[in-house]
Write a protein that binds this ligand. Structure first.
Ligand code: UDX
Ligand code: UDX
Length: 464
């Protein structure tokens, strides 16, 4: 089975970069990325390729090469579906905010809408691929909708979870540790569909790194991978608090532990708490699924990863208040970094949102600087919490365009994203321009303690 036309529904952080790389690597396949959000599609089509809606190192070059050749962005979802042999579903699956499973289960509303649209529009057989992270056994629901509401055409459903991390998306797509494809491998049609997708990835990825499994294993592996990664961060963050009490240093502990090849060194960097669109959502979903099967101990085990993460964010904010003589009311606090990690403009679930919210409740005046995040996004994140009116947020939070400006006349500075540029700031000048005593809180452990203390800062880093 030779694939000539691919459609991807959802031009977000996952769909956009993934399709751009497939189009670049497979110039003979037409790839059309569709989205209901006109503004987002317009941005993907912006003449100046630097204005595409997602910031990822290397992405604009990939888009530049393929766009208009065999990579297209459009809001005409029906036509793209109709023309495609293979359809990736890459729409968002947020945590439910209503009804059964509220606050825990993944909301599959958009997935179902996509399935119904595909069924309605399709006039020939197609392969439908779950790219979004979904609860295990979603493929069964998809199949049910496709088979029962369609025009009698046949659909093969594959699961092909995305493991890319933001900030390194292009690199992760070009050179992934593995690609995982789940399908109905017990039937010939299912095997053919799996092979068709394997062939696409095999254009640039060694075959031994392309794993094929049954659909349920593939769906569950994605949730498991994210849960394990998040668990490591929560584990080291749990140790960070113990380090602060005992005089141990969490980076030294992480290095010593990570040298054990059975443990490994990655994902052991203590921080103010993990963020991002996936970890919390996927673990909550895992907890929910476990509970539905009556596996309460399994659910409790994974839920603890989230509890620890919430504790870490709150603990960091509390530390700021306690250190500033138990009050930050009317004090100016500079927040350096709003993105949930460096090299991305994504702010979903960023620790900065929650730390800022805590400090606003303590009546602090907040000044934020982030090199890539738009000011509207910062306000939108705070407004979304609904704890204060939009006007109150705009009054209490100022957004500026340099770190120096943020820190000027501040009582304290908190580093919340590990942007490289924070390491090479003129910290002596920043110190001079701050109120004294000048407090510096490093939530990412990127700053050198000794040099900052020598300048005169009262310095706190998480985990030592
Ligand atoms: C999302 C989920 O967060 C993740 O769990 C999943 O693995 C992949 O999809 P991401 O690409 O980061 O990841 O989401 P987002 O940037 O929100 O993009 C989703 C896009 O789908 C949005 O642009 C939205 O407009 C679009 N969409 C949503 C549709 O085109 N149609 C819909 O019905 C719903
Ligand atoms: C994650 C998974 O890594 C990826 O495979 C999956 O497809 C989507 O979810 P992402 O959320 O983009 O990717 O970023 P990731 O690098 O995993 O970081 C998540 C959060 O954990 C960030 O806030 C990061 O700062 C934090 N983190 C990560 C730590 O605090 N310490 C670490 O050692 C690693």
């Amino acid at each position: 089975m030779k694939i000539k036309n691919i459609c991807c529904i959802g031009a977000g952080y996952v769909g956009g970069p993934t399709m751009a790389v497939i189009a670049q690597k497979c110039p003979k396949i037409n790839v059309t990325v569709v989205d209901i959000n006109q503004k987002r599609i317009d941005a993907w089509n912006d003449e100046d390729v630097e204005n595409i809606p997602i910031y990822e190192p290397g992405l604009s070059d990939v888009v530049k090469e393929a766009r208009g050749r065999n990579l297209f962005f459009s809001t005409d979802v029906d036509s793209a579906i109709e023309n495609a042999d293979m359809i990736f579903i890459s729409v968002n699956t947020p945590t439910k905010t209503y009804g059964i499973g509220k606050g825990m289960a993944a909301d599959l509303k958009f997935i179902e809408l996509c399935a119904r649209q595909i069924a309605r529009v399709s006039k020939n057989d197609k392969i439908v691929i779950e790219k979004s992270t979904l609860p295990v056994r979603t493929a069964a629901a998809l199949k049910n909708i496709l088979d029962n509401t369609g025009n009698g055409v046949k659909f093969q459903i594959l699961s092909n979870p995305e493991f890319l991390a933001e900030g390194t998306a292009v690199q992760d797509l070009m050179n992934p540790d593995r690609v995982l494809i789940g399908g109905d491998i017990d039937t010939n049609k299912g095997k053919e569909a799996v092979e068709a997708l394997v062939d696409i990835y095999a254009t640039w990825i060694p075959k031994e790194n392309i794993l094929t499994t049954n659909v349920w294993s593939s769906e569950l592996s994605k949730l498991t991978a994210n849960a394990f990664l998040a668990q490591r961060v929560s584990s080291i963050n749990a140790m960070s608090e113990l380090c602060e009490k005992t005089g141990a240093d969490v980076d030294e502990v992480a290095r010593a532990v990570g040298k054990d090849s059975r443990i490994g060194s990655k994902f052991l960097k203590s921080s103010v708490g993990f963020g991002g669109s996936c970890f919390q959502k996927d673990i909550l979903n895992l907890v929910y699924i476990s509970k539905t099967f009556g596996l309460n101990e399994v659910a409790d085990y994974w839920e603890q990863v989230i509890i620890m993460n919430d504790h870490q964010k709150r603990r960091f904010a509390e530390k700021i208040v306690k250190t500033l003589f138990n009050t930050v009311s009317g004090k100016k606090i500079a927040i350096l970094g709003w993105a949930f990690k460096k090299d991305t403009n994504d702010t979903r679930e960023s620790a900065a949102i929650y730390v800022t919210d805590y400090l606003l409740n303590e009546q602090a005046e907040i000044v934020v600087y982030d090199p890539k995040v738009n000011p509207e996004q910062i306000y939108a994140d705070l407004d979304y919490l609904s704890y204060r009116s939009d006007e109150e947020n705009r009054k209490a939070v100022t957004i500026v365009s340099s770190a120096e400006e943020a820190c000027k006349d501040a009582h304290a500075v908190a580093v919340l994203t590990e942007w490289e540029e924070f390491n090479v700031l003129d910290w002596e000048k920043i110190y001079e321009d701050m109120l004294k005593p000048a407090f510096l809180f490093d939530g990412r452990r990127i700053l050198d303690r000794r040099s900052k203390e020598n300048i005169g800062f009262e310095f706190y880093a998480i985990g030592s």
